[in-house]
Design a protein around this ligand. Sequence first.
Ligand SMILES: [Fe+2]
Length: 203
Amino acid sequence: MKFGKNSANNPLAVRTHEEMMEVLISPEPTGPAIHYFMIRGGNEQGNITIWQFGTAGDEYIKTYGHYHISDFIETYKVLWGEGIFLLQARRLGPDKKPMDNEVEYVKAIYVKQGSVIKIPKYAGHLLANTGNSWLMTIDDSPVNFKKPARRKAGEVAWPEHADYAPVKKMRGFAYYIVKKNGKPAFIKNPNYKNTPEIIIENA
Ligand SMILES: [Fe+2]
């Protein structure tokens, strides 16, 4: 799906099923054509994200997930619906660089309309829609329409402050959030060398 080059006058971006297949628990599940919609305004106007409801295979509709490569703290506010944030931090290797397959901790934070979550510096994060309606958030991450994005030039769906490559390499975060007996359940991603027990919190 093509919306042309993004600009302040063309701020809509989407994440397709095809792109999300890279990070789902099962390589070819069924799912909606578009998993989430993004309207980009940056830290002044804000960025709106709207998630589809339901699942792709057994997995709740989620964002792709990324690590920040700069040290800003991103703030999300939930405007509608409910969901679960996954936060994880990578362990540093002997060269002091983060290792993609080892994590220090993984946290699941249950959020609902009105919740405000601050993403710690450099933390990996994604958000899954575990409710029955659309999920909608606003966040303050920077958007630069002039500089090419990291993955597709000129497309704000892959902003330059965020690194998606380690998530693609590991086929997702250290846990997947699946629907089991009508409720969220956490399944370890076997591609990680270590998966600490998940820490559950309510916002
Ligand atoms: Fe982010």
